[in-house]
Design a binder for this molecule. Sequence first.
Ligand code: 5GP
Ligand code: 5GP
Ligand code: 5GP
Length: 209
Amino acid sequence: GLCVSQDFDFFYFVQQWPGSYCDTSKSCCYPTSGKPAADFGIHGLWPNYNDGTYPSNCDPNSPFNPREISDLTSSMRKNWPTLACPSGSGVDFWTHEWEKHGTCSESNLDQHGYFQAGLNLKQQLNLLQALTSAGIQPNGQSYSLSSIKDAIKEATGYTPWIECNTDTSGNSQLYQVYLCVDTSGSNLIECPVFPKGRKCGSEIEFPSF
Ligand code: 5GP
Ligand code: 5GP
Ligand code: 5GP
């Protein structure tokens, strides 16, 4: 029979809280299109193996081509904004995500399918709504790590992994939320393995943006 080699086992779908990206000693720069909405933004959709390792930069012959996603650009600016300095349109960020991660799932998703999958997942998940409806608001207060995880599990049905960073006073804050997705890029699954990302305190700040 036909044997198709398994290129990867699942995706991490990673969203970033802009308030936490900006509230560090490195600070941030708003994109050239203006300050993004106070909402989670997409960081990436990352192919991963069940043993915790991951492939990267899989196809040097498949450079990012903005013309392939021209119909998605306005949605990308809104939902996948760049906050790195210096200010940019997002093209550098999307190029990096496609070339480092997206080229490793090319057997399943072409460039348009890859970015469309990320946008669909964000819309389907509505993380901010999951948190605010549990009383967890981006207002600079601290919340227990377990209450944050429970609220996301309650709304999505799946256990997330939370990555924290620290503000200039050394407080642990909610930086990124990881959820796992099957190799089609469309269905959430329980994570086969959690990332080794930065630690969180048991109480973490949710800064405003
Ligand atoms: P950091 O060192 O900031 O945690 O991660 C740097 C970059 O390495 C991430 O933005 C991502 O591109 C990649 N990366 C880190 N951890 C993982 C992981 O567990 N899986 C995958 N696929 N990529 C990762
Ligand atoms: P990673 O390898 O961590 O997936 O990709 C992060 C790379 O994208 C870094 O080179 C970072 O400077 C760039 N980048 C551009 N905009 C953003 C942003 O808004 N958030 C993050 N985390 N990285 C960004
Ligand atoms: P447990 O598996 O008992 O919930 O947690 C074991 C350890 O992992 C504890 O130190 C806990 O704080 C940490 N931990 C649990 N969930 C997360 C998470 O989503 N993100 C981070 N960074 N640490 C976590």
